[in-house]
Design a protein around this ligand. Sequence first.
Ligand code: PEP
Length: 257
Amino acid sequence: MSERLPLMAGNWKMNLNHLEAIQHTQKLAFALADKDYDAVEVAVLTPFTDLRSVQTLVDGDKLKIKYGSQDISAHDSGAYTGEVSGPMLAKLKCTFAVIGHSERRQYHGENEEIVNAKVKAAYRSGITPILCVGEPLEVRKAGTHVEHTLAQLDGALAEVPAAHAASIVVAYEPVWAIGTGEVATPEDAQEVCAAIRARLAELYDAELAEKVRILYGGSVKSSSAAGLMAKPDVDGALVGGASLDAEEFVKIVRYRE
Ligand code: PEP
């Protein structure tokens, strides 16, 4: 039995206005307060504009919900108009930053070099990266999805020391499953999550690899969560669309019940 604490992280993407974000966080807090959910770590990954309010709610109510951003600048400060830096996010006590989401890779041209720089930037500020990797449909069809995903992992972790990598969260997110309603089978998720863990053992060591949490992401719903979580190398989920429905997200968090 793994000692890794499952993590259910909601990626809100560019959804919910500020008031809706507050309301949504409160709904989650109420729904999760009546039961002991220490067995699962819960995080919301919000637009930058919501972080301060989410922090206030979480701090004020001593909520166990963690929060973080969906991106981070590779730079700590300076003339980078529109960007938000690690020190800025750290000041708001963000635990996590999503890095290398396929939407950032696709629409903002984020390559391995940029993703690697962002991973290092997060660690400089004490923020845990949720590093997204995963193959597009044509790669899956060609049968090279494992190699493709591991190459992304290698690139993202270049020159990242073990002391940092030990706390990383890796999210395996096949691009063809994101926002499509087509969830990977538990077997497909397990195949790649296990390969990611094996590569972490090669890059670092087996002890570190055993500690790292590897999430699956891509059209996860309450109906698919338990099946995915039954797999030994799947330690949680990165949830997009379904995380915008508080009731549904809470069901995912309580996948065991
Ligand atoms: C995501 O945004 O990371 C994601 C997995 O989205 P969805 O759950 O909607 O597929």
